[in-house]
Design a protein around this ligand. Structure first.
Ligand code: HEC
Length: 449
């Protein structure tokens, strides 16, 4: 029929009849045939992307506001899905793709092809497609389940959050952590969870610290263990590593609760899986807040401000995870390494930069072959940007000066780094391994030159 459309073949009247026929009868079939060929469909092309990258949060009882499982659920959001995936605000993954390391264990971002598929589907009118193409539904674990396996020890805290009132901040302590902790043990995996929906609504964050093990009761020296916050992923320790929990430690939970209109019994549980008794992992893993410029954060109303924090690496290290931390005015944070100076100039390298959204405390776990190697004597440099203008959607009132502090309306400027220390021998071995890898595949690896 398409070839008959060439004008030379046709008289005026047959052409008119044909046009009529095409518009009334043939056009609908033509369009849907074309759509199947040229346009992505929901069942065939869109669902696999939603299953792999969205439904973990966007499903009934998931953490996201709406499920994206059935066609009826997804259709009203089609334009918003195009918008949020094209500007890469969904799935939440805020690493700057133009600078620094891009290989992560928990990268949940979409590929350029996936984004193009979603956009083309929306532009085509979001067709459902053939029901036969629909893949089976994916079963997800209950959001309340442990994703570290069954913990050896669970420390739990309860708190009655009133129906109304200001946000609540403070510390809760465990009794002697755990009767079993009469000797030093290494943590293999750790997770904080809120076991029910009601708790999830009121628990804004919970940070746990080990205290008192070797008498270091003050804030400076308590050892940070793990964070629970909106949008936080599980922290992945590399194999062969563990976090030392000293005998007789107590666990302090630094909390932030948020009243939601009904009195709520908030439950928070910290689950710990230990390495076997007596086992000393090859690497002791550290996790600390570094580069904070407390008392030096000074953000006048209406201004964009940068702060610079520093940390000195006394020992060789491998950085396994980077997690920026700022509050509402934060917009962007970078981790730079200033390598020990060999001559007049020190070589510097930006390892990672991430855009900041206070709703998303994302931890970026580096792939083993890309985790930055840090020779001793290196200075870590945390560069944080704050936007105290109207242009920042996170800014509730651009008329206020803002400084440092613990409240959500104050600011912070540190990075959480996870790392393991390396002996000279281990460092050189890993360096040689990386160089060989890089020669093989032509990629670049932080800290090698
Ligand atoms: C890690 C959890 C998570 C993943 C993965 C995720 N989302 Fe979301 N999404 C959320 C949360 C939470 C919100 C609401 C808060 C926000 O916008 O940051 C949201 C909001 C949205 C919104 C805006 C809804 C509105 O009414 O404003 C859209 C659209 C969306 N997500 C689409 C997607 C798509 C498409 C994917 C996958 C390609 C995806 N999301 C992956 C958690 C997630």
């Amino acid at each position: 029929m398409l070839s008959a459309n060439r004008p030379g073949f046709l008289t005026r009247s047959t052409l008119a009849a044909l046009i009529l026929a095409v518009t009334t009868l043939a056009l609908p079939t033509l369009t849907s045939a074309q759509a199947a060929e040229e346009h992505p469909t929901f069942t065939r092309d869109v669902v696999p992307i939603l299953q792999a990258s969205c439904q973990n949060c966007h499903r009934p009882k998931g953490m996201a506001p709406m499920p994206l499982v059935t066609y009826e659920q997804v259709l009203p959001f089609a334009p918003l899905i195009k918008y949020k995936t094209s500007n890469r605000t969904m799935p939440p993954w805020h690493i700057d793709r133009n600078i620094g390391i891009q290989e992560f264990k928990n990268d949940r971002s979409l590929s350029a092809e996936e984004i193009a598929t979603l956009s083309a589907w929306v532009d085509a009118g979001a067709p459902e497609g053939d029901a036969a193409d629909m893949p089976p539904q994916v079963e997800f674990a209950d959001a309340a389940e442990w994703n570290i396996g069954e913990p050896d020890v669970i420390v739990s805290w309860n708190y009655t959050v009133p129906a109304v009132g200001a946000d609540l901040y403070g510390d809760l302590y465990s009794d002697d952590l755990i009767g079993e902790l009469s000797e030093d043990r290494y943590i293999k995996a750790i997770q904080t969870r809120t076991p029910d929906d009601a708790s999830r609504r009121v628990v804004h964050h919970g940070l746990s610290y080990a205290e008192g093990g070797s008498g270091n009761g003050n804030d400076e020296e308590s050892q940070f263990l793990v964070e629970y916050a909106s949008g936080k992923d599980a922290e992945i320790y590399p194999d062969d590593s563990g976090v030392l929990l000293e005998a007789d430690s107590k666990i302090r939970l630094s909390y932030h609760f948020h009243p939601v209109g009904v009195e709520t019994d908030a439950k928070i549980e910290l689950g710990i899986v230990f390495h076997p008794k007596g086992y000393v992992p090859k690497y002791r893993r550290w996790s600390k807040q570094l580069g904070q410029r407390m008392s030096l954060i000074d953000i006048p109303a209406g201004e964009v401000v940068r702060t610079d924090g520093y940390v000195y690496f006394h020992l060789n290290a491998k950085i396994t995870a980077f997690q920026p931390h700022m509050h509402a005015l934060g917009t962007y944070q970078c981790l730079e390494l200033i390598y020990p100076s060999l001559g007049a100039t020190a070589k510097t390298e930006i390892v990672s930069c991430a855009h900041w959204d206070y709703n998303w405390h994302t931890i970026y776990n580096y792939n083993d072959d890309s985790a930055p190697l840090v020779p001793k004597g290196t200075v870590g440099h945390m560069i944080s940007y704050f936007d105290n203008t109207e242009a920042n959607p996170g800014n509730h009132d651009a008329r206020n000066w803002t400084g440092d502090g613990g409240r959500t309306i104050d600011e912070m400027s540190f990075s959480w780094l996870g790392w393991v220390d390396l002996t000279d021998e281990e460092y050189n071995e890993e360096l040689a391994r990386r160089k060989a890898l890089r020669e093989a595949d032509g990629t670049s690896v932080a800290g090698l030159d």
